[in-house]
Design a protein around this ligand. Structure first.
Ligand SMILES: *[C@@H]1O[C@H](CO)[C@@H](O)[C@H](O)[C@H]1NC(C)=O
Ligand SMILES: *[C@@H]1O[C@H](CO)[C@@H](O)[C@H](O)[C@H]1NC(C)=O
Ligand SMILES: *[C@@H]1O[C@H](CO)[C@@H](O)[C@H](O)[C@H]1NC(C)=O
Length: 387
C-alpha cells in the first residue's frame, strides 16, 4: 500500500516540471549557485585541522563529560555511498573508521589530540560508518554501518578514555533499510531515520526522483534493542529525505529533511508514537542535527545540492596523493557548506556559509568550553571553531 502510494507520488512528480521548479526556487538554490553564493561565518576563530589524517567524516558527536569528540569517517565513501548512489567497487573500497578527538587537550591542534577509536571484538572488512550516537549515561556507542552486505546498527560500550570500546551487539530489522542518523533516548531505545523509501541500491533513478520531488519517502523508526523480536521496531513518521534526528527536549523530536529543506518537529508520546507539530523551512538542505548545552538546535547542510551530487559523481576516480591530473582532480570538493542554530525564542540564525570547508554535514558545540566542530562528507579534516 505505502509503496504504491509512493510510486504514484513519484509519477506525479516526474510529470510535473512545476514541482521540480518549485523545488529549485523554493530551496534557495538559485541564490546559492556557484558565483552567487555570499560566504560568511560568525565564528570568533576557526581552523581546519587534521587534513592529512582524516577525510569524508560524516558525523561528529560530543562526549562532553570526557571532553572528547567521536568522529565517523569513511574514505571508502568515494566509491561506496548508499545515500548518494555511488557503487563503484571495481578498484576496491577502503574501510572507514571511528576517531577520538581530545578537544580539551592543551593544544587542540596537536596531532596527538586525534587518535583512532579501536573497536574491540569487532572484525570486518566492511565497515562504512555513517551516523553515530553516544549514550553518556550507559557509555554506549551506536553506529549505523552501511556495510556492503546490508545496513546494520552496531552497538559498542566502554570508557572512551581507554581509546577503545567493546563490541556488544548488531541490530538489523526490515524497517531499518536505509539507516542514516541515530538518536538514543536511553536504555537501548533509539530513533533512527531512513533517508529514502527507495534506496539508491535498488533503483538509482527512483531514489533520485524521491530526492528531487520532495515526496515523504524517508522515515523515522523507533527501535528497542532490548527486544530481538521483529516487532522491536515500528515506523513512527514519514519525512522527505529524512536525515538528522534529535530530541530537542523531553517531548519534542526534530527531524531534518535534505530535500524539503528544513526541520520537522514532532510530539513524542509515552509509547514513542509521534504527532507532527510543525515545520521550519531552512535556506539549505538540512543534513544533520544536534542540540547544544543551551538547548539550541544546531544544523549543518547543503546550500547547493547539485554541487554535492557532482562531487559524489566524480569521486570514484579519486586517488589521494596521486600525481596523475585526472586522479587528483577527482579528489576535489566544490560543494559549499552551511550551518545554523535555531531556538523557538531566537529563530533561525545562520552561522556559516561558504566554500572554505566543503560539504558540511554535522555541527556540534560544547557551550561550556566554547568549542565547536563541523564535519564534511567529502572534506579532508575537521573544522574546529571557538566562540
Ligand atoms: C547526526 O548527529 C547526531 C548527534 O549529533 C547523531 O546522533 C546522528 O547519528 C548523526 N547522523 C549522521 C548521519 O551523521
Ligand atoms: C502507539 O504505539 C503503540 C505501541 O507501540 C500502539 O499499540 C498504539 O496503537 C499506538 N497509538 C497510536 C495512537 O498510534
Ligand atoms: C520543547 O521544545 C519545543 C520547541 O522549542 C517547545 O515548543 C516546547 O514547549 C518544549 N517542551 C518542553 C517540555 O520544554
Amino acid at each position: 500500500m505505502a509503496r504504491t502510494w509512493i510510486y504514484l507520488a513519484l509519477l506525479t512528480a516526474v510529470s510535473s516540471p512545476y514541482l521540480y521548479d518549485r523545488y529549485l526556487v523554493g530551496s534557495d538554490l538559485f541564490s546559492n549557485r556557484p558565483g552567487a553564493l555570499q560566504p560568511f561565518n560568525h565564528f570568533k576563530q576557526h581552523e581546519v585541522k587534521f587534513q592529512n589524517r582524516i577525510r569524508n567524516c560524516e558525523d561528529v558527536v560530543l562526549a562532553e563529560a570526557q571532553g572528547l569528540a567521536i568522529l565517523s569517517c569513511d574514505p571508502g565513501r568515494d566509491r561506496w555511498n548508499t545515500v548518494m548512489g555511488t557503487f563503484a567497487t571495481e578498484k576496491g573500497v577502503p574501510e572507514g573508521g571511528l576517531w577520538l578527538y581530545d578537544y580539551l587537550s592543551a593544544n587542540i591542534g596537536d596531532e596527538q589530540a586525534l587518535q583512532p577509536l579501536h573497536l574491540r571484538g569487532f572484525k570486518t572488512a566492511d565497515f562504512h560508518p555513517l551516523g553515530l550516537d553516544w549514550e553518556a549515561d550507559n557509555s554506549m556507542l551506536y553506529v549505523s554501518n552501511h556495510a556492503r552486505t546490508g545496513p546494520e546498527i552496531l552497538v559498542f560500550s566502554g570508557n572512551l578514555r581507554n581509546g577503545y570500546v567493546d563490541f556488544f551487539m548488531k541490530f538489523k530489522n526490515d524497517l531499518v533499510h536505509a539507516p542514516n542518523s541515530i538518536h538514543s533516548i536511553g536504555n537501548g531505545r533509539l530513533f533512527i531515520t531512513n533517508d529514502h523509501h527507495v534506496t539508491a541500491a535498488s533503483s538509482p533513478l527512483l531514489a533520485q526522483l524521491e530526492t528531487y520531488s520532495g515526496v515523504p519517502g524517508g522515515s523515522v523508526v523507533y527501535a528497542d534493542l532490548n527486544s530481538y523480536a521483529r516487532t522491536a521496531a515500528k515506523l513512527v513518521a514519514r519525512v522527505p529525505f529524512a536525515n538528522g534526528v534529535t530530541m530537542l527536549n523531553a517531548t519534542t523530536l526534530a527531524v531534518a529533511s535534505s530535500s524539503k529543506p528544513g526541520v520537522y518537529f514532532f510530539d513524542v508520546d509515552r509509547q514513542f508514537n509521534l504527532t507532527a507539530k510543525g515545520y521550519m523551512r531552512a535556506p539549505a538542505g538540512v543534513d544533520n542535527l544536534s542540540v547544544d548545552g543551551n538547548g539550541k538546535l544546531l544544523m549543518a547542510g547543503h546550500p547547493f545540492v547539485p554541487a554535492l551530487t557532482k562531487v559524489a559523481k566524480q569521486r570514484p576516480g579519486c586517488v589521494p596523493g596521486s600525481e596523475k591530473e585526472e586522479e587528483k582532480s577527482a579528489c576535489e570538493c566544490g560543494a559549499p557548506s552551511w550551518a545554523a542554530e535555531w531556538s523557538e525564542e531566537g529563530g533561525l540564525k545562520e552561522l556559516y556559509k561558504g566554500y572554505e570547508f566543503c560539504s558540511s554535514t554535522t555541527l556540534v558545540r560544547d557551550t561550556k568550553r566554547g568549542v565547536g566542530m563541523m564535519s564534511g562528507l567529502y572534506e579532508r579534516g575537521l573544522l574546529v571553531f571557538k566562540e
